[in-house]
Design a protein around this ligand. Structure first.
Ligand code: UD1
Ligand code: CA
Length: 459
């Protein structure tokens, strides 16, 4: 079964303190569910097989992570962290390498730290190596009791005496085990403790009793060890993670005028020399090219923005592709399914949905374009509307290259406008327009001379 190194991730706990219908490990941190972070740290550190112990909301958790390298293990009753690993014993049958164990609620742990722990563990050839942290306030964590390099035991807060509580080196809940040793030691665990649970931490004392080596590696940055138990801690972790994301992007050549108010999801990519103004939100699977300007209040979700694009204040862009050198906004709304091929201008109060815009096409003000296929260099006048919905079905508007559309035009779809035609302002277009023609569809103007004075005299 040795298809590579195995990592176990404990994620069966209820997360009672979150006060939520959503399983704790699915709460998002910078856009991704919490459990995704330890999984990714393990992968990046070279672990190839993930065994995730789940219980509360098991089905929901599985669905959120369809990755092929994960084997799900169920723990129906949550009898403690030691019991959680016992539940994974079958999934580990025949495995005899170093076994990494992470907690699903410790999302800030980095792959670098996991790698260091692995190197230290294998170098020392220990039975158990615990990742620890120095916490100024260790309350709530298990305390690490050492005799030099050897760890004698880990004592939970609730079981600790006064002297043990003074210890500030805490158990982060991250371990490397000799798989054969730990699976054997689990059989000796009992629930004789304050919480009446099977403590995984008791395998440390078991190793010492068996004359084995136990080691502890203290993580440099204790914030990596932060466990998320409630929403305040989740928010705290989000601030730290957000800073890490923003700092990484700034190191990579992105400018932020106020990085404390820029909200970027994990995994968003941004090119060099792009400038982000305050209060920008970049979410989901989004990438932004080089030399872009993203002004205040812009929200981009699951979209691809090419180089040299200017996103002006207050614009919202969802599931769309924006080509090079486009200008969007202020206050534009690109709903899902738009493709802008480049050099487009989508101005204030323009809404577009599921439409293609050829290069150089512009809609500068107050316009709705939905289900349209628009060619190159088309100019939409102010107040143009594609009437795409008849109450039952959606219909297409096709506008070929170089069409000029006067202000206040309605296209009653389905309708097709041939290339290089001109639509007169105020027209309601219900029939196809052939190429190179003028279409005018409005009531002719009537003049009644002297009408106003006559009317005023009468009343
Ligand atoms: C645990 C450690 C403690 C350490 C702390 C670090 C034990 C006994 N204590 O305490 O020394 O300082 O983590 O954050 O291990 N889980 C299961 N099944 C269970 C119980 C827990 O899968 O039956 C999972 C939880 O979902 C969670 C993780 O194990 O992801 C840790 O459990 P939690 O109850 O939060 O342990 P702590 O009390 O924080
Ligand atoms: Ca915890």
């Amino acid at each position: 079964m040795n298809k590579g190194l195995v990592a176990i991730i404990l994620a069966a706990g209820k997360g009672t303190r979150m006060k939520s219908a959503l399983p704790k490990v699915l709460h998002p941190l910078c856009g991704s569910p919490m459990l995704g972070y330890p999984l990714e740290a393990a992968r990046q550190a070279g672990f190839q097989q993930m065994k995730v112990v789940i219980g509360h909301g098991a089905e929901q958790v599985c669905e959120a992570f369809p990755a092929a390298d994960i084997e799900w293990v169920e723990q129906t009753d949550q009898l403690g962290t030691g019991h959680a690993l016992m539940c994974a014993a079958n999934a580990l049958r025949g495995y005899s390498g170093p076994l990494l164990l992470l907690c699903g609620d410790v999302p800030l742990l980095t792959a670098d730290t996991v790698r260091q722990l692995y190197n230290y563990h294998t170098h020392e050839d220990a039975a158990v190596t615990v990742l620890t942290a120095q916490m100024p306030n260790p309350t709530g964590y298990g305390r690490v009791i050492r005799a030099g390099e050897q760890v004698l035991q880990i004592v939970e807060e609730k079981d600790a005496d006064e002297q043990q509580r003074q210890v500030t080196e805490i158990n982060t809940g991250t371990y490397l085990f000799d798989a054969a040793f730990v699976l054997g030691a689990l059989k000796g665990l009992n629930k004789n403790n304050a919480q009446k649970e099977y403590y995984l931490t008791d395998v440390v004392a078991a190793a010492v009793a068996a004359g084995k080596k136990t080691r502890a590696l203290c993580v440099e940055d204790p914030t990596e060890a932060m466990g998320i138990n409630d929403r305040c801690q989740l928010a705290e972790a989000e601030v730290l993670m957000r800073w890490k994301i923003n700092a990484g992007l700034m190191q990579g050549g992105v400018s932020m005028t106020d990085p404390t108010t820029v909200y970027i999801d994990n995994g968003v990519e941004i090119g060099m020399d792009t400038v982000l103004h305050p209060n920008v939100h970049l979410r989901g699977k989004t990438s932004i090219g080089r030399n872009c300007i993203v002004e205040t209040g812009v929200v981009v979700v699951d979209s691809v923005i090419a180089d040299g694009v200017h996103l002006k204040a207050g614009s919202v862009i969802e599931e769309s592709r924006i080509g090079e050198l486009c200008e969007i906004g202020p206050m534009a709304h690109l709903r899902p399914g738009n493709v802008l091929l480049g050099k487009n201008k989508i101005g204030n109060y323009v809404e577009a949905k599921k439409s293609i815009f050829g290069e150089g096409t512009k809609a500068s003000h107050l316009t709705y374009i939905g289900d349209a296929e628009v060619g190159k260099n088309v100019n939409f006048g102010c107040g143009t509307i594609t009437c795409n919905y008849d109450g039952v079905h959606k219909h297409k508007t096709i506008i070929e290259d170089d069409v000029f559309i006067g202000s206040d035009t309605q296209f009653v779809a389905p309708v097709k406008i041939g290339r290089n035609s001109l639509i007169a302002a105020g027209s309601t277009i219900t029939k196809d327009v052939p190429a190179d023609s003028l279409a005018l569809a409005r009531t002719p103007q009537k003049i009644v001379p002297g009408w106003r004075t006559r009317k005023q005299k009468k009343s």
